[in-house]
Design a protein. Structure first.
Length: 308
């Protein structure tokens, strides 16, 4: 009697691990290991004094104590001010544009053209943006030439010597670079909302403002929180624009010096212990603020869903 032949079946259960393995390998090599090494190096004295290399010597929390003795709180305040100045108009304009472009009643023409135009600044390198603004607002730049020709001023304004002007320029550049990306994200969130909800609100006699605050914003909250947190993280990591605009000095009088610019000062001087301490503190602050924003906003979102 012939034995029944065994059926050979191909097992696909473990193929998923094969496809996701490259991500984890790259993440471990280029993100996790450098992150852990940064934490480890923050506990060592390791810097260059002339041609001599001091360390690495174990100092525990000594680097952190030195960081708090420095002007890090001032640099943190500078970072927050410039981020807020850029984020408030960014989120306002982005919300307005996203509602306009997704409103089926307005039927705006040339939408694809306008979407492309508002997103284009996001494709320009920050260094190019900073050099452009540096040229425009220099002592002999086009802006001063226009002001003088219109009779608004008799002599050139040294914009980069005033704290208010310099911070405003940094915030303006960040706004122009990122409001297009924010608009696209918010548009995607609004387009994911069922159109019948808007139609029902219009039938019930709701005004556009009521529809926005009672229908759009509550349902858009998860995307809005994502935009807020990513913008917050980007704001804390603000570096390239003020670095190039002020030539790394944070002028005037270090009022535009950010946390990452301060970190870069230590890296440039090969003080890896202090740089590691600043990095760890920045990481902790970012994690705490992001967690607070997420928990507070999503808690209200969960409560509002539970009441329905």
């Amino acid at each position: 009697m012939d034995k029944p032949k065994k059926k050979h079946s191909v097992q696909y259960d473990n193929w998923g691990y094969f496809f996701i393995a490259p991500f984890f390998i790259v993440y471990i090599i280029f993100s996790l290991i450098p992150l852990l090494s940064t934490f480890w190096n923050s506990f060592f004295e390791n810097y260059r004094d002339g041609l001599d290399i001091i360390g690495p010597n174990w100092v525990g929390f000594g680097n952190f104590k030195e960081v708090f003795k420095s002007d890090i709180l001032r640099y943190s305040w500078n970072t927050v001010v410039m981020w807020v100045l850029g984020f408030i108009p960014q989120i306002f304009i982005s919300l307005l544009l996203s509602v306009w472009f997704t409103n089926t009643e307005l039927k705006l023409k040339f939408q694809q053209f306008f979407k492309t135009v508002i997103y284009m600044p996001n494709l320009i390198m920050a260094s190019a943006f900073a050099m452009l603004f540096f040229t425009l607002f220099s002592d002999n730049g086009p802006v001063n030439a226009i002001f003088i020709s219109l009779g608004w001023t008799k002599e050139s304004i040294r914009f980069l010597t005033y704290t208010g002007w310099t911070r405003t320029l940094v915030a303006t550049m960040n706004f122009l670079m990122w409001y297009g990306n924010t608009t696209i994200l918010l548009m995607a969130g609004i387009m994911g909302i069922d159109e019948s909800l808007f139609e029902a609100a219009r039938i019930d006699g709701a005004t556009p403002l009521q529809i926005f605050f009672k229908v759009t914003m509550p349902l858009l909250l998860p995307i809005f929180v994502y935009v807020l947190i990513t913008s917050l993280i980007g704001g804390i990591q603000m570096f390239d624009v003020p670095q190039i605009l002020t030539n790394g000095a944070g002028s005037p009088n270090r009022t535009t010096m950010t946390l990452i610019m301060y970190l870069n000062k230590h890296l440039a001087s090969k003080n890896f212990g202090m740089a590691g301490a600043v990095s760890v503190l920045t990481f902790i602050v970012t994690a705490i603020l992001s967690g607070m924003v997420y928990s507070s906003t999503m808690k209200n979102y969960s409560n509002s869903k539970g009441k329905r």
